[in-house]
Ligand binder design. Structure first.
Ligand code: SF4
Ligand code: SF4
Length: 388
């Protein structure tokens, strides 16, 4: 008998209507009830309320959830699925049903930026000599040596995070230049805030996520600057610190967090004179921007003045399969979800895909999708002297 530590009231908000099923990528791929939000919630209910034992099938059902949260906005009863699955996974890790110690090793490096950069260099070399499995997604062009971002003022923080700062620092550079173009002095958070804890929470390491979030709040509490985030996953985690910790301090912190597109959209009017890059751009909504932060429309608002054509993907906002470390631990399902996404992308003529999440970018780049962060596209337009 295992207590999942989920409130019965929250569990009982699910009326088993099934309206969430078409919005669930793992259900769409497999057609299996156990791979759907309704099936997973029913399992939680049986374990929590009817003392159902935790079988391998139950563990698989929870472990194969991408935690994209596409089921949440589709649910008429307002089931808080994200917190239900996070708590369930946390309990399963604690009781040793999930994520054995050796699988927890990579998470140790996320909060140690120097070690992370050191191992990144080793990975770059290993990738070059084909020692890494193909499913291991990392950019081709990570420099062996790279300078950290420098502070240009103290109007806003730019949250730089862990893997993104080690692997995709050029995207942060673009974000910083765009913000400076809008007149903001930028303080990159850099090594003093090495990680937001999103990947830990996602994997079921909830206590680690809580410890990290408390450090982040303390480190950024010396002033009340807005905290801008160019990673949808990190932004969602920072905005949910209030929920994770349940304190007033955490709620106040979360209120200072903005996805960078929300912020740029609010300040675009300082730029003048219309001209557009002659390209067509497909917008790929990261799940944590669309379903959790609900700020995906801001990406369109900020791109629209800079590019000739913006195209919406006709894919019901389904997840690409990246899902934090999901593509590492569930490679088969992750690549099936990606195939669906890539088919949607290839069905529409375009020059580039824009995605505001580093994990989605890596996952899709791996199969040859030409993908950029929206800030990189705007930075390019601004560097060519294109102003709106
Ligand atoms: S999670 Fe919501 S949409 Fe899905 S079955 Fe339960 S009540 Fe219906
Ligand atoms: S979070 Fe995503 S994968 Fe998990 S049940 Fe909901 S829609 Fe399905």
């Amino acid at each position: 008998m295992v207590d999942l530590k989920i409130g019965i009231e929250e569990l009982n908000t699910c009326v088993q209507c099934g309206l969430c099923l078409p919005h669930c990528p793992t259900f769409r791929i497999t057609g299996e009830e156990a791979m759907s939000p309704r099936g997973r919630i029913r399992l939680m209910q049986e374990i929590q309320m009817n003392d159902r034992p935790i079988t391998k099938e139950a563990v698989d059902s929870f472990d194969t959830c991408i935690q994209c949260r596409g089921c949440e906005p589709a649910c008429p009863s307002g089931v808080p699925y994200g917190s239900l699955i996070e708590q369930t996974k946390s309990t399963l890790v604690e009781k040793k049903y999930l994520l054995p110690k050796w699988q927890q090793i990579p998470f140790f490096f996320l909060t140690r930026p120097r070690l992370l950069r050191f191992f990144t260099r080793l990975l770059v070399v290993a990738k070059k000599i084909h020692l890494l499995p193909n499913r291991f997604a990392m950019p081709e062009n990570i420099p062996i040596w790279d300078k950290p971002l420098r502070e240009s003022g103290n109007d806003v923080y730019l949250f730089t995070g862990c893997v993104m700062d080690a692997w995709q620092r050029e995207t942060h550079r673009s974000s910083k230049r765009v913000l400076e173009h809008l007149g903001f002095g930028v303080t990159p958070t850099g090594d003093r805030i090495p990680c937001c804890g999103a990947l830990h929470d996602h994997a079921g390491l909830m206590q680690s996520a809580k410890d990290i979030s408390q450090k982040v709040i303390r480190s950024l509490s010396e002033n009340e600057l807005p905290i801008l985030v160019d990673s949808a996953g990190c932004g969602a985690a920072l905005k949910e610190y209030g929920h994770l910790l349940g304190t007033d301090e955490a709620n106040r912190f979360s209120a200072r967090v903005f996805d960078i597109h929300e912020w740029v959209a609010e300040h675009l009017d300082v730029l003048q004179s219309p001209a557009k890059l002659p390209i067509s751009v497909i917008v790929q909504d990261p799940c944590h921007l669309r379903h959790v932060q609900e700020s995906h429309e801001a990406v369109r608002l900020v791109l629209e003045p800079f590019v000739e054509t913006l195209i919406d993907l006709n894919d019901d906002g389904l997840c690409c399969g990246a899902g934090g470390a999901f593509s590492l631990f569930q490679p088969a399902l992750a690549s099936q979800a990606r195939e669906r996404k890539v088919a949607g992308i290839r069905a529409q003529s375009h020059d580039v895909v824009a995605s505001a999440n580093p994990g989605c970018m890596l996952h899709l780049q791996q199969v040859g999708v030409n993908i950029k962060h929206p800030m990189e596209i705007i930075d390019e337009a601004l560097s060519r002297g294109i102003q709106i």
